[in-house]
Design a protein around this ligand. Structure first.
Ligand code: TXA
Ligand code: MG
Length: 353
């Protein structure tokens, strides 16, 4: 299959270009498109056969359900039931359109291929102008996982999508870089409480402003025991994984920098903060040092993390050592992705006495 790439202005997308994508979606094809979080790989969510093609194109395990993207949060009543509409509507009023996904009991309109047979469906209204207008013009909801090969870091540029999907899908809409850089926050509603299944740009702290009853799923920061089924199937996979071994390094500033210097001299890769770069000069090939943002700027870390992991993939390294980041606010999402990328391999250089 030949994959076409069409460029669009992310701030003022041209409807005539978007209509070419709509045509592909409505005939059951696959279109990758930018969202504010990462690029998605979309199909008509009401067409089971088209959604099944997403799994083939990505090599996605058949027990991992897809998110359904809507143009407007009020459309949720067509596809899902909600026992606590007041809570859903407050979440929608505060955070939608935007980087949050809510899991609700599904209606029969959503085919089993989307939800892999679960009785629930994940719904999200992206705020990105290209994604929003695409869904609006299509007139159908669009099922879309991240547009990477399964197990690879999520794509934050059209170039990343081309690397993984060229020849496997019909069309890629190139709208430049995704602003956020990590996937949406995934929550489910349990009575009057919110269960946080995957952290993202809408943080636990943001959710606490709606209700004190926010539960953070244990799978967010810890490894699941064998045989335990997470509520969100995606949490059990070694995700976002670079091809090299990855280890997260914790410890005092001095110890981490001297450890990085030693490993850099041995030919390893270093995934660090921008502030670390001057301290690593002269200790090995600077091309093997990649910064993912500034230490105190969590947005820049989220924005750059997946692109950094992809750059390492091209280097054929055996081992990469990464900085550990804060776990508050957006740091919870960054730590969650890094922990999955390193399969919970954490090196503690020193313990507090
Ligand atoms: O930001 C995002 O969410 C991006 C963009 C494209 O919207 N999409 C994305 O999709 O990250 P994906 O498929 O890579 O991740 C979806 C996550 C998976 O962990 C999946 O298991 C979970 O959402 N999920 C989907 N439907 C679910 C359901 N009914 N119940 C529980 N978890 C669900
Ligand atoms: Mg994904």
């Amino acid at each position: 299959m030949r994959t076409r790439v069409l460029k669009l202005d992310p701030n003022l997308p041209d409807d005539s270009v978007l209509r070419q994508a709509v045509e592909v979606i409505l005939r059951g094809g696959l279109v990758a498109f930018p969202t504010e979080t990462v690029y998605g790989l979309g199909a008509n969510a009401l067409n089971g056969e088209a959604c099944a093609r997403i799994f083939d194109a990505k090599g996605r395990p058949h027990d991992n359900p897809l998110i359904v993207h809507l143009a407007d949060p009020s459309d949720y009543t067509k596809y899902a039931e909600c026992a606590n509409t007041a809570l859903f509507e407050e979440i929608a009023r505060r955070f939608m359109p935007g980087p949050i996904t809510v899991i609700l009991p599904k209606k029969k309109e959503i085919p089993d291929e989307v939800t892999v047979g679960l009785q629930t469906v994940a719904l999200r209204c992206p705020s990105h102008k290209i994604a929003h207008r695409l869904i609006e013009l299509a007139g159908v909801p669009i099922a879309a996982p991240s547009a990477n090969l399964s197990g690879k870091p999520s794509p934050t540029t059209a170039e990343h999508v081309i690397e993984d999907m060229d020849g496997r899908i019909d069309l890629i809409l190139d709208g430049g870089e995704s602003a956020v850089g990590v996937e949406s926050t995934v929550i489910s509603l349990k009575g009057d409480s919110i269960h946080l299944l995957r952290p993202g740009f809408v943080t636990a702290e943001d959710l606490f402003t709606i209700t004190p009853k926010v539960m953070i799923d244990p799978a967010v920061l810890s490894q699941l025991e064998k045989g335990v089924k997470p509520e969100s199937p995606g949490m059990k996979y070694r995700h976002y994984a670079p091809s090299a071994l990855l280890t997260m390094v914790c410890g005092s500033e001095e110890k981490v920098i001297s450890f990085f210097r030693e490993k850099l001299q041995c030919g390893c890769g270093i995934l660090c903060f921008e502030e670390d770069i001057p301290h690593l000069k002269g200790f090995g090939d600077p091309a093997r040092v990649i910064a993912f943002g500034k230490r105190a700027d969590l947005s820049s870390q989220a924005h750059l993390l997946f692109a950094a992991l992809r750059r390492f993939d091209k280097m054929n390294l055996e081992h990469i050592y990464a900085r550990h980041t804060a776990e508050n606010d957006l740091g919870l999402a960054i730590s969650n992705r890094l922990l999955r990328a390193c399969a919970f391999d954490i090196l503690e250089l020193e313990r507090e006495p």
